[in-house]
Design a protein around this ligand. Structure first.
Ligand code: CAP
Ligand code: MG
Length: 427
């Protein structure tokens, strides 16, 4: 099995992929499984071929250098020459491509990736990063607070803009389109952006606070460019897109396109759970998040721990660490530490099933260097969106002042009403 070399010492020019592997009964050993993964993800196929040469094999053959039989974990080191550095689609077609479908495996999960400098260096990373977002919004000492207009789709442009206005007036920093709101027969993108940004300007003047609208530009590439330009031409400073459904190539393209346009890119991860949820198959959110930071997403949904979506505490904290630290610590064994100093940090976003009552646990578990978004937890408030927004802001103020929500609610009626409605939430 010449794709296994347990003596091999990875170097800084190698890309290292770490997998969880469940072999099929037809596969004699985990060594054989690792050998097949390394082969199929690089230069080999199911049989020996007359067109292979010693020179190609010596130059490009990867090494399965680490096999943990107890935990079903293998690590494979690939020379950087196997990859087109600035082509994330090609990198994934190699290390996250055919191998998922091989009959010798029952399950395969890409746990983590260490990128060589040759690859890290060609990516811009986030344009704004956390410091840039804090500077743009003027919000430094607390989490950024946002809502998602609900219903997800259904409102017309004027109704949408009105809901945004109420959320901003109530005290939220950010309002975003939902992941499936793009340009509908009842809510055209251009009119929605125009009406919403008009109200944004009005509320900014009234409150003296920076207000952010994240318009969803998800669409075929040429339309995304047009929609991003439309947002910019109308004074918008953020765009959002659905990173999985637009695809890795489009992400690289739009990041390049926006590089000199001073626009914050918010990454929604709709569809990610098709890849990340099954703990035995697919890829971890941590691995996906590393790709997103490299490509250059400024903000990225990574999970709430306490809300309606899956994603446990360790997974969310590890993922948030990987997108915010400048030295990426090798997770687990012999994943080389990496310094991504020139790659700015991505701001983690917690969203999904959250209400003001979750705020103490959110800040306790995930901290203040976050974006917290409340959809139903804002518009579901008994007194409506503006009161819901006020309740969210009050909950954060209470935690930052070390006051319990119950005590703070005694003279903050909006929070009190939220507790009356959602107080039974088991957190
Ligand atoms: C939240 C949300 C978010 C998901 C994202 C939704 O609304 O707008 O898209 O939660 O999940 O459509 O469900 P609610 P994640 O606040 O009303 O739940 O961040 O885990 O990708
Ligand atoms: Mg949504």
């Amino acid at each position: 099995m010449d794709y296994i070399d347990l003596e091999y010492e990875p170097n800084e020019k190698d890309l290292i992929a770490m997998y969880y592997v469940e072999k099929d009964i037809s596969c004699e050993s985990i060594e054989r499984a690792c050998h097949e993964i390394a082969k199929e993800s690089s230069i080999g196929t199911w049989t020996d071929i007359r067109t292979m040469s010693e020179e190609i094999s010596e130059r490009l053959r990867p090494s399965g250098f680490y096999i943990d039989k107890e935990n079903n974990i293998v690590k494979i080191a690939y020379t950087h020459e196997l990859f087109e550095a600035d082509n994330m689609s090609q990198i994934l077609s190699a290390i996250a491509g055919n191998i998922y479908g091989m009959k010798v495996l029952n399950n395969l999960r890409l746990l983590d990736i260490t990128f060589p400098r040759e690859i890290v260096n060609v990516y811009k990373g986030p344009h704004f990063g956390i410091e840039g977002i804090r500077k743009l919004t003027g919000v430094r000492e607390r989490p950024l607070l946002g809502t998602i207009v609900k219903p997800k789709v259904g409102l017309n442009e004027i109704q949408h803009a009105k809901v945004c206005g109420e959320a901003w007036e109530g005290g939220l920093d950010i309002v975003k389109d939902d992941e499936n709101l793009t340009s509908m027969v009842f809510n055209k993108f251009e009119k929605r952006v125009e009406e919403t940004l008009k109200i944004r300007d009005k509320v900014e003047n009234e409150t003296g606070e920076k207000k952010i609208y994240m318009a969803n530009i998800t669409a075929p590439m040429s339309t995304m460019r047009q929609r991003a330009d439309y947002v910019i031409d109308h004074g918008g400073e953020y765009i959002m897109l659905d990173i999985l459904t637009v695809g890795f190539s489009a992400l690289q393209e739009i990041r390049e396109y926006l590089d000199d346009k001073n626009v914050v890119v918010h990454a929604h991860r709709a569809m990610h759970a098709a890849l990340t949820r099954n703990e035995k198959h697919g890829m971890t959110m941590l691995a996906l998040a590393k790709l997103m930071r490299l490509i250059g997403m400024d903000q990225l949904h990574t999970g709430t721990v306490v809300g309606k979506m899956e994603g446990g505490k360790r997974e969310v904290l590890e993922t948030n660490e990987v997108i915010t630290e400048s030295t990426i610590s090798g997770n687990n064994i012999t994943m080389l530490n990496q310094n991504w100093h020139h790659i700015k940090p991505t701001l983690p976003v917690a969203s999904g099933g959250l209400s003001p009552l979750h705020v103490p646990d959110l800040i306790n578990i995930l901290g203040k260097n976050m974006v917290y978004q409340f959809g139903g937890g804002c518009h579901g408030h008994p007194k409506g969106t503006k009161a819901g927004a006020a309740a969210i802001r009050q909950a954060v103020d209470a935690v930052l002042d070390n006051i319990t929500l119950e005590d703070y609610a005694k003279n903050h009626p909006e929070l009190n009403k939220a507790i009356e409605k959602w107080g039974s939430i088991s957190i």
